[in-house]
Design a protein. Structure first.
Length: 280
């Protein structure tokens, strides 16, 4: 249990949108797994849900001292929700997973063990590699195409960049340039700042309730523009473009890249009182 003045060792960040039925079993599983990693906190970011998710989260927070709930006033996307969660997190080690129940919390220890082997935790991203995907044929096919294209053009050496189950340090994430859909490019962004990426085989479960919030167009359409943007970022390793002294160029390509990064920035509005859970 997190005391009012305590600082957790681990923050589990979970972005959700319209996942009312999936939240209670997921929290129960997380509490079982994270008992071995106390003190910890669970930070769930509600990305503007319009179903019963806010009410369910309120009930869960009153019963779970480790749970903190953050809410966006309107939907800002998965990357924005993850970034909000990392910003609000109090631990130096971040564990992320999706809120739809398809990631298995039982896989967390394997990723944490791998992360703890790092000589420099700020330079390691551990990501899950989903085995036997429990998705539709179309979703599996689009994911394979997206991973192949990203891997070829970005050289991120990561077979499953889309897996929501990841472990990384909070400072490492906050040092990355932020933009919408950045969660799809975390391996490339970690490599960009001189880090390493390790993949760990994980389970993948069928969705029990609701429908996926991210489609094929989102994965292959918008992703093409962001892919080009990340390729530009790779040519500018180090601090984010726009930072004084980072050597940002003034050519046409650099102006386009800087414009892309500015336009893809997200700043979701957080509801007043967000982050105040039963254990805060």
């Amino acid at each position: 249990m997190i005391q009012a003045t305590g600082v957790p060792d681990y923050s589990v960040v979970v972005p959700v949108r319209n996942e009312a039925h999936n939240i209670p079993p997921l929290i129960a599983e997380l509490k079982t797994v994270m008992t071995a990693y106390q003190p910890y906190e669970i930070v769930i970011v509600d990305d503007g849900s319009d179903d019963a998710t806010p009410q369910v989260l309120g009930d869960q927070a009153r019963a779970c001292p480790e749970l903190r709930v953050i809410r966006h006033r309107s939907g800002a996307g998965q990357s924005a929700a993850i970034t909000t969660g990392v910003n609000e997190a109090r631990a130096g080690i971040i564990i992320t997973l999706d809120g739809d129940g398809q990631n298995d919390p039982a896989d967390i220890p394997a990723l944490v063990d791998r992360f703890q082997e790092a000589d420099d935790p700020d330079r390691l991203l551990v990501t899950g590699e989903r085995q036997k995907r429990r998705d539709s044929l179309l979703k599996r096919a689009s994911s394979r195409v997206a991973n192949a294209v990203r891997g070829t053009l970005l050289g991120d050496h990561t077979p499953d960049t889309g897996c929501g189950l990841k472990v990384f340090s909070r400072p490492a994430y906050l040092a990355m340039p932020g933009f919408d859909h950045m969660h799809r490019f975390l391996p490339a962004l970690m490599l960009r700042q001189g880090g390493r990426v390790a993949s760990v085989p994980v389970n993948h479960r069928a969705r029990q309730h609701g429908a996926t919030k991210y489609g094929v167009f989102d994965r292959l359409g918008v992703g093409i523009v962001d892919l080009l943007g990340v390729m530009w970022l790779q040519r500018r390793p180090g601090t984010p473009p726009g930072t004084p002294g980072n050597g940002e160029g003034s050519g046409f390509v650099d102006r386009l890249g800087a414009r892309w990064l500015k336009r893809r920035a997200v700043a979701p509005e957080i509801e007043e009182g967000a982050g105040e859970g039963a254990g805060s």
